[in-house]
Write a protein that binds this ligand. Structure first.
Ligand SMILES: [Zn+2]
Length: 313
């Protein structure tokens, strides 16, 4: 192993934290420039309280010059179209759909059963239409409400609707095995096995942050897997402070870099972030860490461009 100067060690220790895998993190930090691991800030924007929250969120993004993808529920967007357009219509941001009214596109153990095929068609088509009408730009991505532990595998009918609508990527793998949390650091894949090689799955990772704070008021639930594939990512209890939340985030950011993942993206909700931390301190801590690690910030659309081979930059 090559020698590490004390200065490098101190700097790297600040960045990586002291843990079992600190040496591999240090090795990554020692090489110069940005790393190959991308970082995507993404927001499931889905309720009336999200508008005030997005005002705060956008300010932090402008300050850090970090891009983001906003997955917006069509109904939420249609309630305040002018405000959302004014706030989010920046080159820094991708606007994608979070369906029209957050109905289930397949059965979810926690959020309920799938709606009828007619309803699913409406959720997909109307959701995309709302984004394109309000922002006057193409909407190529969809994140279904709640997400699933098996993505859209085996759901050829839903994939056919997505193809027909012109959706290029979905972000539906948002849970760990057996509907556990956290969602593991899964890589992108396409739906070739279902007959849709041009539709990509770009998962989300980590906790649904609202559940970390008991914002759904579920109380204690059977959420984690045993034996745990990622015990370091299980906090002892609900997060109490923005720092607590950042410490959880850091585990995923560091691990993605250490294991050479193509990207990492945590599952965030504006209403819940604002309720817990109206000054958005957690965002500042997280973005500062992203920059220290040298992760490459981008949007889901940009990740899609990379994995699909449409963008070779
Ligand atoms: Zn949602």
């Amino acid at each position: 192993m090559h020698r590490i100067s004390r200065r490098d060690f101190v700097r790297s220790s600040i960045v990586c934290g002291i843990g079992a895998s600190v040496m591999s993190c240090i090795a990554k930090v020692q090489s110069t420039g940005q790393k190959n691991t991308r970082y995507i800030a993404a927001y499931d924007t889905e309720s009336p309280a999200c508008l005030a929250a997005c005002r705060k969120i956008v300010e932090v993004h402008k300050r850090f010059e970090i891009p983001a993808t906003f997955f917006i529920v069509g109904k939420t967007l249609d309630a305040n179209p002018g405000e959302y357009r004014q706030l989010l219509d920046l080159p820094l941001f991708e606007i994608a759909t979070h369906t029209y009214s957050h109905q289930m596109l397949r059965d979810n153990d926690f959020c309920g059963s799938a709606v009828s095929m007619d309803e699913r068609r409406k959720e997909i088509f109307k959701g995309k239409e709302a984004v394109e009408r309000v922002f006057e730009r193409p909407c190529i991505g969809l994140r279904p409400g709640c997400g699933f532990d098996n993505a859209l595998k085996g759901e050829a009918e839903v994939l056919e609707l997505l193809r027909e609508a012109g959706i290029r990527y979905v972000s539906s793998l948002l849970w760990g095995p057996d509907y556990s949390l956290p969602a593991l650091l899964r890589e992108p894949f396409n739906y070739e096995a279902e007959g849709f090689p041009d539709i990509w799955e770009l998962p989300g990772h980590g906790w649904h942050e609202n559940l970390l704070k008991d914002h759904n008021q579920w109380g204690p639930r059977r959420l984690t897997l045993w034996p745990s594939p990622f015990p370091q990512a299980l906090p002892d209890g609900f997060c109490k402070t923005p720092k607590d939340e950042f410490e959880v985030n850091k585990v995923f950011l560091n691990r993605a870099l250490e294991t050479g993942k193509s990207f990492v993206s945590l599952i965030w909700h504006p209403w819940s972030l604002h309720k817990f931390d109206s000054d958005m301190k957690m965002l500042e801590l997280t973005f500062t860490h992203v920059q220290r690690l040298g992760l490459r910030p981008c949007t889901y659309a940009q990740l899609y461009g990379q994995v699909s081979g449409l963008d070779r930059s």
